[in-house]
Ligand binder design. Structure first.
Ligand SMILES: Cc1cc2nc3c(=O)[nH]c(=O)nc-3n(C[C@H](O)[C@H](O)[C@H](O)COP(=O)(O)OP(=O)(O)OC[C@H]3O[C@@H](n4cnc5c(N)ncnc54)[C@H](O)[C@@H]3O)c2cc1C
Length: 382
């Protein structure tokens, strides 16, 4: 097995580039939306077969065990070459949650199936009246024999249309403080009582779903972290998600697109534009170095700290600022959904501009993260 951390940065970057060029079909690259599973399963399985699927997981669980700085190189190359993020909930969220909070039996049962693509996951946290206020989850799980019966509704479940397993936050005790009565449970989606309805987004994608749960069964062995301990597991998982969305790689991609549009619009030498883009580039460099320091801390402490909130706000809002400048310099020519021929080359600026709204919302809105920082770092009152 390759120890990726022993390669030099250049050797690792070359190996990653070679792999993507060879294994990721051109028709899956630089897509405006995440492709459906039926189209992308081959790419997922190629990453799995050749050991490129789980860069952040420890080697003992089938991951690459990459150090944070190496992980960033991985993300940058995969992003620059336009690879699609396929079924990421398993690798990015539930896998790390099981590694951190699951039992040995749960890890043995689920991690290999995430890696093989046999299980494709979606997240069932948000509900119509429990988004920012996640502790208000009302979907209920009642004990029944050796498991639970679940009733309720989830919303904004990304990828539920292709998922065959959901991990969800459910209410298992109504008599205690809101946070203390929640559990984290996993169940198969291909059973009676699960109804999935896609929701079309502003950029035309349909990976968002409402999921209705009507007497759905979950095994007690599939509860993670123990009964009524779901708040801790969910927060641990959201910490990983926040840290992931706080990396600079999406901003870097947005800067590349911005330069392409500016070039096509003849603005690349314009002093006013240069001033604006330099400010953004410096912000992205600062973000990247802060992100690297935080992921190094994570390796030592194994805890995602409050800096994840700062990184998430910084990365997602900077990405939006880059998108806004791109729309400004591109003018009318970029206001075409799914791209337009711009100075002899096909560019889609509108879809990423619209999609940059989403990261400031998922994993906790930027307003909620500002509340977290005000309270926990600045010690301001609630
Ligand atoms: C692209 C995308 C993917 C997502 N994927 C998933 C998924 O897979 N699974 C899942 O469970 N959920 C998912 N979500 C849902 C996401 O977690 C919620 O949208 C988010 O937590 C906000 O909840 P809400 O939409 O109910 O908004 P609300 O909580 O109703 O908030 C509305 C507005 O009020 C503000 N607000 C609310 N409370 C406060 C407060 N106390 N202080 C200051 N401002 C406040 C918010 O910041 C926001 O601007 C996804 C969302 C997006 C955009």
């Amino acid at each position: 097995m390759t120890n990726w951390n022993l390669l030099s940065d250049e050797e690792f970057a070359r190996a990653a580039t070679d792999f993507v060029e060879r294994a990721c079909p051109p028709e899956l690259r630089h897509l405006p939306h995440r492709p459906r599973w039926e189209k992308s399963a081959g790419w997922y399985q190629a990453m799995s077969r050749e050991g490129w699927l789980a860069p952040g997981w420890p080697v003992e669980f089938g991951g690459m065990g990459l150090e944070p700085s190496r992980h960033l190189i991985y993300l940058e190359i995969f992003e620059r070459l336009g690879t699609p993020a396929v079924a990421p909930q398993g690798i990015v969220n539930v896998g790390p949650a099981l590694i951190g909070f699951g039992t040995d039996e749960q890890r043995q049962e689920f991690l290999p199936k995430i890696l093989s693509g046999e299980h494709r996951w979606c997240q069932g946290f948000s509900e119509p009246n429990a988004g920012s206020d996640l502790a208000s989850v009302r979907t209920e799980a009642r004990p029944d024999g050796d498991g639970y019966i679940i009733n309720g509704q989830k919303i904004w479940s990304t990828g539920a249309i292709d998922a065959n397993w959901m991990y969800a936050l459910v209410r298992t005790d109504k008599s205690v403080r809101k946070q203390a009565g929640l559990s984290f449970i996993m169940f198969p989606m291909d059973q009676p009582g699960v109804t999935v309805r896609p929701i079309r987004t502003i950029s035309g994608g349909e990976e968002f779903c409402e999921v209705f749960l009507d007497h759905v069964r979950a095994s007690a062995a599939h509860m993670v972290g123990g009964l009524n301990n779901g708040w801790k597991v969910a927060n641990g998982l959201l910490g990983f998600e926040r840290l992931w969305s706080g990396s600079a790689h999406q901003c870097r991609q947005a800067l590349v697109r911005l330069k392409q549009v500016a070039h096509a619009a003849g603005k690349l030498q314009d002093p006013a534009f240069l001033r604006q883009i330099t400010r953004l580039e410096l912000d992205v460099l600062d973000l990247a170095s802060c992100y690297t320091r935080s992921t190094r801390n994570l390796q030592v402490t194994r805890r995602v700290g409050f800096e994840a909130s700062m990184l998430k706000i910084w990365a997602t809002e900077t990405c939006q600022r880059i998108g806004e400048l791109m729309m400004e310099v591109g003018g009318d020519a970029v206001l075409v959904q799914d791209g337009t021929d711009f100075d002899g080359r096909h560019l889609d600026a509108l879809t990423p501009f619209l999609e940059a709204r989403a990261p400031t919302i998922y994993g906790g809105t930027v307003q909620i993260h500002r509340n977290i920082l005000s309270k926990n770092v600045l010690n301001l009152p609630n």
